[in-house]
Ligand binder design. Structure first.
Ligand code: UT7
Length: 329
């Protein structure tokens, strides 16, 4: 029997807007304070896209950087997936716009919606196709401009979110590199805790839906928080066990960046040292599905994530959804 193909990460990339929205800026917009935001979330700044820009503008740059770091030509890419809840348009898919811009002439392309867990869901899809031998190279991106659906009169959400995109190139790898295990989960009974009420088929855009501010993201923060801490810990436990590793084997944890208290709770429950956890939440806020690939790319560029390292990525978000994976770089 031929050897099993294992998919791994060949390159990473990310792209962030230049414009910084600081806590001091938010103090001028809503009834909040730097002290509240820092102690409750760990956030100090986030990046916001310029008017007229779209998710594909950032996803394209992230994809190009990931391809350059992988040394893979765009023409050789078989598949492009973009995890997003803020696509350029309802359709066509943002992934198709990126496919054209990067010149990935033979690639299939689609978007995937799993909110902040979207990157992990997208990875699982691409890995399945690579490991079945159906495709060789995939670009998996996550891009979100959450500023486009954030209500900047609602202090309970507007301090949290930022814009950006991250990408990885996946392909077959040798030796002990690659993805070892996956956990993907959902609980739709929690859909009401984190959602964008209008703009879909239930409440299409109308003067009334706009007047009622239904095109903005709505979130029950406390419920989401409780769910997040539980989901992060149990999902990570599960993927490690499935892969046959223990917490001592982990070189780096790359969690979804929603709140430093959620990240810390998961880290402590797990008994991991602080230096083994990648944190970007203080400077980029919550960039939805992009937060994991942005953090991973930063860790790679800073030399914190090195070839041979065992990395756990874990996320959670609207759906409700959660997911995690173990990969050796
Ligand atoms: O990536 C997707 C998933 N999203 C998340 O993971 C978010 C998860 N949730 C959270 O991170 C936290 O629940 C929040 C940061 C959203 C809120 O922190 P919290 O410690 O759960 O605060 P809370 O919602 O319980 O609110 C505490 C108080 C409330 O006032 P009262 O009712 O106690 O008088 C809020 O009105 O803080 C108030 N508050 C604020 N005060 C100043 C809420 N937002 C603000 C604000 N500035 N921006």
């Amino acid at each position: 029997m031929a050897d099993r193909i294992r998919a791994g990460i060949l390159g990473t990339g990310s792209a962030l807007p230049k414009r910084v929205l600081s806590n001091a800026d938010l103090e001028k917009m809503v009834d909040t304070s730097d002290e509240w935001i820092v102690t409750r979330t760990g956030m100090r700044e986030r990046r916001i896209a310029e008017p007229g820009e779209a998710t594909s503008d950032y996803a394209t740059v992230a994809a190009e950087r990931a391809l350059a770091s992988a040394g893979v030509a765009a023409e050789d890419v078989d598949l492009i997936i973009c995890a997003t809840v803020t696509p350029d348009m309802m359709f066509p898919a943002t992934a198709c716009i990126v496919q054209d811009r990067i010149g990935a002439k033979k690639a299939g392309a689609f978007d995937l919606s799993a909110a902040c867990t979207g990157f992990l869901y997208a990875l699982a899809n691409a890995i399945g196709l690579i490991e079945s031998g159906r495709i060789k190279y995939a670009v998996v991106m996550a891009g979100d401009l959450l500023s486009r659906i954030t209500d900047y009169t609602d202090r309970s959400t507007c301090v949290l979110f930022g814009d950006g995109a991250g990408a990885v190139v996946l392909g077959p790898v040798e030796g002990d590199r690659g993805f070892y295990s996956f956990d993907l989960g959902s609980d739709g009974s929690g859909a009401k805790y984190l959602y964008q009420p209008a703009g879909g088929s239930r409440i299409p855009a109308s003067e009334e839906s706009v007047a009622k501010r239904l095109h903005f993201l709505h979130m029950e923060g406390r419920e989401t928080f409780k769910f997040a801490v539980k989901a992060m810990a149990s999902s990570t436990e599960k993927v490690l066990q499935e892969a046959g590793f223990t917490r001592e084997d982990i070189d780096l944890l790359v969690p979804h960046q929603a709140n430093i208290r959620i990240i810390d709770a998961a880290r402590k429950r797990f008994g991991l040292e602080e230096e083994k956890v990648v944190v970007t939440v203080h400077k980029y806020g919550n960039t939805s599905a992009s937060s994991i690939p942005i953090a991973l790319d930063e860790a790679v560029r800073e030399g914190r994530a090195k070839p041979g390292d065992l990395v756990v990525m874990v996320g959670f978000g609207g759906g409700l959804t959660w997911g995690s994976t173990v990969v050796r770089l």
